[in-house]
Design a protein around this ligand. Structure first.
Ligand code: GAR
Length: 197
């Protein structure tokens, strides 16, 4: 059974979807939910699900990302994760950390990559007049929101969608996509999954 650490910064709905999926004959299990914010709602949800939690505040480290990441590594070491899932983790990681988990770290991003790397993806899709939007799970490499795509789910944009309504629709698809991709990845299957196309 692969040991999975899940990183989050906010409400943690993707963490919940991932953790709930890892049951029964699943090839993986959640061993840690970690946040850069001790107040993140996702940590309480993880604890309520019986998952170990940890918080590493990035703020005391200022601009020293490597010192923050060294602390992340220190915490992770005791949980020996085979796979790290970034699930709404809003800190950019550097190669210092990424190299340690190269090939075993996934991220979910709320756009159809390679479109709209970075923030404000829903507003940018609306501003561009896109009629199709969605989310992507990819392997994490040193370049931001880059790396091999493991799965994408499509969402149709309605004429009256706002960034908020679109985000809600995409989030539903994130909860469907990420667990399926994780299961396949834990079994060694890296062929891209496409949902709703
Ligand atoms: C999700 O929509 C996720 O795709 C996005 O943050 C949200 C977290 O929600 N991630 C990013 O924007 C990464 N740059 P959650 O905490 O409820 O899972």
């Amino acid at each position: 059974t692969k040991r999975v650490a899940i990183f989050l910064s906010g409400g943690g709905s993707n963490m919940v979807a991932l953790a709930q999926s890892m049951q029964g004959d699943h090839p993986a299990k959640p061993v840690l939910a970690l946040s850069n914010d001790a107040q993140a709602g996702g940590l309480q949800k993880a604890a309520a699900m019986g998952i170990a939690t940890a918080a590493v505040d990035h703020r005391p480290f200022g601009d020293n990302r490597e010192a923050f990441e060294a602390e992340l590594c220190k915490v992770l070491d005791s949980y020996r994760p085979d796979i790290v899932c970034l699930a709404g983790f809003m800190r950019v990681l550097t190669p210092y950390f990424i190299d340690v988990y190269a090939g075993r770290m996934l991220n979910i991003h709320p756009s159809l990559l390679p479109k709209y790397k970075g923030l404000h993806t829903h507003q940018r899709a609306l501003d561009a007049g896109d009629v199709v939007h969605g989310c992507t799970v990819h392997e994490v490499t040193a370049a931001l929101d880059d790396g091999p795509i493991l799965g994408q789910a499509k969402v149709d944009v309605a004429a009256n969608d706002t960034a908020q309504t679109l985000a809600a629709k995409v989030l539903v698809q994130e909860h469907a996509l990420y667990p399926q991709v994780l299961r396949r990845f834990a079994q060694g299957d890296k062929t891209p999954l496409r949902l709703g196309f």
